[in-house]
Ligand binder design. Sequence first.
Ligand SMILES: Nc1nonc1C(=O)N[C@H]1C[C@@H]1c1ccc(S(N)(=O)=O)cc1
Length: 246
Amino acid sequence: MKFDVLTLFPELFDAVLGESIIGRARQNNIIQINTVNIRDFSLNKHRKVDDYPYGGGGGMVMMAQPICDAYLSIAEKLSYKPRVVYLSPQGRVLNQEIVKELSTEEHLILLCGHYEGIDERVIEEIVDDEISIGDYVLTGGELPAMVLIDSVSRLIPGVLSSEESYSQESHYEGLLEYPQYTRPYEFSERKVPGVLMSGHHENINRWRRQQSLKRTYLKRPDMFERLSLNEADRKLLEEALKENEE
Ligand SMILES: Nc1nonc1C(=O)N[C@H]1C[C@@H]1c1ccc(S(N)(=O)=O)cc1
């Protein structure tokens, strides 16, 4: 999978996405992350990329021409129109479902807004999706773009090793993940639940499923109400909640 990122701050990306799992996937060419500096496409001798908003008001707006020319520098070499995602607080809020949808694309162009945003004509001209990472306003779209790249890349085959598998992680199938423990067996007078020490994989899986159901019910009722539980899951949850009351 290839990500082309249109940004004013390309140097931010290598610092964050050059390490660990994503860095390894880039080295193994499982994913490619390429940055394009929008400022390189300014026609202004001072490399200006923003201007005052028509109609007045505070803040600056990113100009259309540098962004569209940066986009064309990629798109004109392609025989297809790549999907363009604009990171903005006005977009669909990113969730695992959208991440899964994006992970099926071969090529994504991510546009990072800055200042008060971008000239609307860019959105009309080249943007396919607006995606937000949450209902708050940041100084730039670079962190949202990195969040999107990280979350999508983890679903690309070969990026996670089998040990790092995502299949029982939080949000993978609309459930929060079960509690995790590792050595030592006792820490601060707190022991690991006995079932995890039993070696009985059926009981371990049952306990984990029960914990996931219970956590989702208690911590994220908004997620829980979207679940359609079968009878076995309902009984597991009922048993867990009864234990909580005792
Ligand atoms: N949250 C977010 N998720 O992704 N990007 C987020 C974000 O805060 N980006 C801000 C810097 C830039 C920006 C972009 C667009 C607008 S505007 N005029 O469209 O409202 C306002 C501010």
